[in-house]
Design a protein around this ligand. Structure first.
Ligand code: NDP
Length: 486
């Protein structure tokens, strides 16, 4: 590792301490704003994976013996420490992902702290139930699953580590977390802070590596649950592997979500929602509303206001807090976006702005808007995962709902209208796990988050996550004699 400020001191965090094994493949840590290598980690070797799994399993047995309140107190302490170190962690997240500091200061470590705070607070109230059965009775115990594996995407490395780690730990589990090899740094800091806050060694281990390391974890028979945030193809692979061992899964996968703007919408709010839902984090957000259906009668007004608001995008040094639009995460990802832009032009969409990579070091793609997009175009069907907004026209509610749902994905959907009955009707009709009315992409920890159809299985955040990190054991208690036939 280089001496970059706040960098973790080794590649892995296992059994309560940083761990290095330089025999693992080298993974360069690249700062997306410049393309410079700012650090180096090593992929986990079989020995590191073994240490992570054995220490996780051993620690979990002891952890599950603590009262939930004691467990929760540690998570609450970690949340406080993360908030206190928010700036340092945000700078690290900016180096990991390239996202502007203006954004990471409010959206990453802070939302990780929210998750630790929420599940830490909830831990003490996770109970089973009592069921009276005449004189006999039954009760249920809400028990941990055991050892959970978390696998993260590169867009929100701190948040994903916390969204998976916090409910897992609050339910009495241990976790081995594998960040994306593109953004290996931030999760190590989460592990470091959790243990500084008093988490017993082994309960939250971080190991580096690409798909092969993820695969080794998912296939290990000692693993009880897998939670993946990633693309649909990876989700299909990981889900199938987990199914072979009948392991529990949570799959947070991709999307091509619709945002519908009716003629009575507040145009500025709708434009604001479309900006948040397409250009925040340079468009690298799974729930983005990338198919923006705008009522034909307001299309030009919408595009005009959008163009005016896009003047406010400031690209530049992500560490400058005046900058609000950062680079894409990697050469690979910007190349994917460039291919989609070319495809959009080739298939006849109207390029309104952007679409051309900046001529500078790093991976800079400006806000890109296509109008006159039709449902069958590749850019309207496939997840691009970059700053590309597709604007489509529509004329009536029934038509737009059918078109909005005409996708294999079902992660999110949004509607902008002043007609609240229509808003609720639309939301009831959306085939999506997470919906927004006159808003887009809010994801407070109190609200379940997740997808339907090909966008995933299970829910993160909120009380719903508890169901996915714990299991119920039923206990029948007979009070009288056993009445057997012979
Ligand atoms: P990938 O699917 O490429 O990777 C996700 C994670 O899985 C990475 O850590 C990756 O490792 C790992 N992985 C890859 N192959 C395997 C395998 N065979 N077994 C186990 N693990 C494996 O996604 P990206 O990182 O490119 O992230 C972008 C995708 O994530 C988008 O589709 C986006 O929509 C989705 N996403 C979904 C979210 C949600 O909550 N629904 C939130 C954020 C993103 P490595 O990358 O190191 O190879």
């Amino acid at each position: 590792m280089t001496d970059y400020p706040t960098q973790p001191t080794a590649s892995h965090f296992v059994n309560g301490a940083y761990l290095e094994d330089t025999t693992g493949d080298v993974i360069d840590v690249i700062y997306p704003a410049t393309g410079a290598v700012i650090g180096r980690v090593h992929a986990a070797t079989p020995a590191v994976i073994e240490a992570a799994i054995t220490s996780g399993r051993a620690a979990q047995v002891e952890w599950a013996k603590l009262s939930r309140r004691e467990q929760g107190r540690i998570l609450l302490r970690a949340a406080e420490m993360i908030r206190a170190r928010n700036r340092e962690l945000s700078v690290l997240e900016t180096h990991d992902t390239g996202k502007p500091l203006q954004e990471t200061l409010v959206a990453d470590a802070t939302s990780g702290a929210d998750a630790l705070e929420y599940f830490g607070g909830l831990a003490g109230s996770l109970t089973g139930e009592h069921i009276q059965l005449g004189e006999d009775w039954a009760y249920t115990r809400r028990e941990a699953l055991g050892l959970c594996v978390g696998i993260g995407a590169w867009n929100y490395p701190t948040q994903i580590a916390c969204w998976k780690g916090a409910p897992a730990l609050a339910c009495g589990n241990a976790m081995v977390f594998k960040p994306s090899e593109t953004t290996p740094l931030s999760a190590l800091k989460v592990a470091e802070i959790l243990h500084e806050a008093g988490l017993p060694a082994g309960l939250f281990n971080v190991v580096q590596g690409a798909g092969a390391v993820g695969g080794a974890l998912v296939n290990d028979p000692r693993v009880d649950k897998v939670s993946l945030t990633g693309s649909v193809p990876t989700g299909q692979k990981v889900y199938a592997q987990a199914a072979a061992g009948l392991r529990h899964v949570t799959m947070e996968l991709g999307g091509k979500s619709p945002m519908v703007v009716f003629e009575d919408a507040d145009i500025d709010d709708a434009v604001g929602g479309a900006i948040l839902g397409n250009f925040y984090s340079s468009g690298q957000i799974c729930s983005n509303g990338t198919r923006v259906f705008v009522h034909k009668s307001i299309r030009e007004a919408f595009l005009t206001r959008l163009a005016e608001r896009l003047e406010g995008a400031v690209m530049g040094d992500p560490l400058d807090e005046a900058v609000n639009f950062g680079p894409m995460v990697s050469e690979g990802q910007i190349a994917i976006v460039e291919r989609y832009v070319a495809k959009g032009i080739e298939e006849g969409a109207r390029l309104v702005c952007g679409g051309k990579r900046l001529d500078k070091e790093g991976y800079w793609m400006p806000a890109t808007v296509f109008a006159d997009v039709t449902d069958d175009m590749t850019i309207a069907r496939e997840e691009i995962f970059g700053p590309v907004m597709c604007v489509l026209d529509f004329e009536d509610e029934v038509e737009v709902l059918a078109r909005a749902n005409d996708t294999e994905y079902g992660l999110a959907a949004g509607v902008f209208t002043r007609d609240l009955a229509r808003a609720h009707r639309m939301v009831a009709g959306f085939e999506a796990g997470t919906c927004f009315i006159n808003s887009y992409n809010d994801a407070p920890v109190e609200m379940p988050f997740g997808g339907v159809k090909m966008s995933g299985v299970g829910r993160e955040n909120s009380k719903a996550a508890i169901e996915h990190y714990s299991q119920v054991k039923s206990v029948y208690v007979r009070m009288g004699k056993v009445d057997a036939p012979f």
